[in-house]
Design a protein around this ligand. Structure first.
Ligand code: ATP
Ligand code: MG
Length: 283
């Protein structure tokens, strides 16, 4: 049995549950329940506030967890970062009021900065040799300058919309974050082997994200050119068709390249192009 801690509600909850589901682990979705049990896998799910997840994994109350890298950095919890998961992307940035003439990081000397991430900020300032005072505020950090509580803020930014609507400008991107799978440092052999089997599934899911399966019919004499357009896992699959001089080509393509490649393939004479969802890629 292995225990995973995930956020009970909030920005990471849904995608954490989704990731487990895609990995074939069915859990009871009553989020308010504190501890759930997977129906078809030796896994228990502990639902917590995200702030508590790194420590709970560090002290062994949970074996693994899904949490923002920002929380791991802030708590300084002694855990392994097992995988970056590619969702919950954000950054922690320094932002100042629009009216400020900001020229360099030296501006922060002698200023007061409001934040919920004092430790990450302290480390950053120490590195840069900045002497500022840090004021810990748990919520609504972005209103601190307008309220006269601080000169600037250090807070989470994803699109930047909240900053703009509070008259603030992002001036230093300090810490890049995304959701990570963390693991305790003293897992038993049994737990390690369950974790390995989960990682195998999680990697298959991650590998399929942002990709599509593409197949098409192509004149046989165009295969070499098509393969140059479509490098695949190993190499594209080519199968002869009943119609003489034609074959069928199958491959995997990244979403961001899809339309560009489809256009090139069409120009080569490809017909009947099908683009399909890709569920898992097991390498
Ligand atoms: P909890 O009640 O669990 O303590 P919370 O209010 O502290 O929740 P959320 O706002 O749900 O936290 O954010 C959880 C995590 O989502 C953050 O720690 C961060 O890693 C990530 N995240 C991604 N984008 C954003 C964003 N725009 N604002 C805040 N967090 C974000
Ligand atoms: Mg929190």
């Amino acid at each position: 049995m292995i225990r995973i801690a995930i956020q009970s509600k909030g920005r990471l909850n849904e995608q954490s549950v989704e990731l487990l589901k895609d990995a074939g682990v069915t859990i009871d979705e009553q989020k308010r329940k504190f501890l759930g049990r997977a129906a078809n896998y030796p896994l228990e799910v502990l639902y917590l506030r995200d702030d508590d997840i790194p420590e709970v994994v560090a002290d062994g109350s949970s074996d693994i967890g899904i949490v923002g890298l920002n929380e791991v950095a802030e708590t300084g919890a002694d855990v392994n970062i097992v995988r970056k998961l590619g969702f919950g992307r954000c950054r922690i940035s320094l932002a100042v009021p629009k009216a400020v003439e900001y020229t360099s990081i030296e501006w922060f000397n002698g200023k007061t900065i409001a934040t919920s991430y004092p430790n990450v900020l302290k480390r950053f300032f120490a590195e840069k040799g900045i002497d500022a005072s840090i004021r810990v505020i748990k919520g609504s950090v972005e209103i601190a300058p307008a309220a006269g509580i601080a000169d600037a803020i250090f807070d989470i930014v994803s699109s930047g919309g909240t900053l703009i609507s509070n008259g603030l400008v992002e001036v230093e991107r300090v810490f890049e974050s995304e959701a990570v799978l963390i693991g305790g440092k003293n897992l038993t052999e049994e737990k390690k082997s369950i974790l390995d089997s989960m990682l195998f599934r999680i990697d298959a899911v991650s590998n399929s994200r942002g990709k599509k399966y593409i197949l098409m019919n192509l004149p046989s004499d165009k295969i070499d050119e098509a393969i140059r357009i479509l490098p695949a896992l190993r190499s594209p699959t080519v199968m002869p068709l009943a119609a003489e001089g034609w074959c069928s080509l199958h491959s995997v393509v990244k979403d961001i390249d899809l339309w560009e490649k489809v256009e090139k393939l069409k120009a080569l004479g490809a017909e009947g192009i099908l683009v399909l969802q890709l569920d898992k890629v097991i390498e």
